[in-house]
Design a protein around this ligand. Structure first.
Ligand SMILES: [Cu+2]
Length: 266
């Protein structure tokens, strides 16, 4: 919930894609997951081909009613959660996530859990939500429309769609820190990046430099935790990627076809 949210994730995804290629020999592109196609009147979120055990990323965990003993958590009781168990089928069956829950980077292995919340997804992943998001002209307000309008469940929007829609209450995707431990994180965030790309392309001359939003969490006007001092994120703002990428500025990631980046969407 900061102005660097979109640029930081853009370079993070690019570094992930580069590492897939250099470390794993992957030769494809990084696919995005257009979840709006999975929540139409004709489609069911749980039946989405992305959850296919053979061609997709595997589906839900088995339903666990009482999740009070599972520390992995969204921090919010997500309504309509339908899983909670470890994945036992699909490509990530018995997959281990090595960090989390929470912000610790200690080695704390746990199974990959999903806790799909179809009703929550049907609102937050909807095409109407995407269209409404793209209508905003100001970058910071556009970013807010992606991240959340307020800190209640009703204020959640497209960013929460993939996180809580898949992670529910106890899946890694619902965890602020360990969500990248679920491989589907990268397809969700590629679609969020695509949303920014689409917004940029609606008025590229103006939006290739459009950036803003606070540099500290909790300072967005409708996400107020109190009177928090902040500066607005600018093109010179340094995105800290730590050991995976060093320091890169926002300016370096505004154009997906220049500098350190070389991709488009279709
Ligand atoms: Cu996210």
């Amino acid at each position: 919930m900061v102005g660097r949210f979109l640029p930081w994730h853009r370079i993070y995804l690019a570094l992930f894609e580069a590492d897939l290629k250099s470390s794993c020999g992957y030769q494809g592109a990084l696919p995005y997951w257009d979840w709006s196609l999975d929540v139409t009147t004709e489609t069911s979120f749980l039946e989405s081909p992305i959850f296919d055990p053979v061609y997709g990323f595997g589906g839900n965990g088995a339903f666990i009613e009482d999740v009070s003993n599972i520390t992995q958590t969204s921090g919010v009781p997500v309504p309509g959660r339908s899983g909670g168990g470890c994945l036992t089928t699909g490509p990530w069956a018995n997959f281990t996530v090595n960090m989390g829950p929470g912000e610790s980077t200690e080695y704390t292995p746990s199974c990959l859990r999903r806790d799909i919340a179809p009703e929550f997804a049907s609102r937050t992943c909807a095409k109407a939500m995407v269209d409404w998001t793209l209508e905003e002209d100001d970058f910071a307000l556009f970013d807010m429309r992606i991240e959340a309008m307020n800190l209640t469940l009703d204020g959640t929007t497209t960013h929460a769609c993939g996180h809580w829609g898949v992670g529910g209450q106890v899946g890694q995707m619902a965890d602020v820190w360990s969500s990248p431990g679920d491989p589907i994180f990268y397809q969700h965030h590629a679609n969020i990046d695509y949303l920014w790309y689409k917004w940029q392309m609606l008025d590229w001359p103006a939006r290739k430099t459009a950036i803003g939003g606070p540099d500290v969490a909790g300072a967005y006007p409708f996400l107020f935790f109190g009177d928090i001092p902040y500066n607005n994120v600018t093109l010179d703002y340094e995105l800290d990627l730590g050991m995976i990428g060093g320091n890169i500025t926002v300016r370096d990631v505004m154009d997906t076809t220049a500098g350190k980046l070389c991709y488009t969407y279709e």
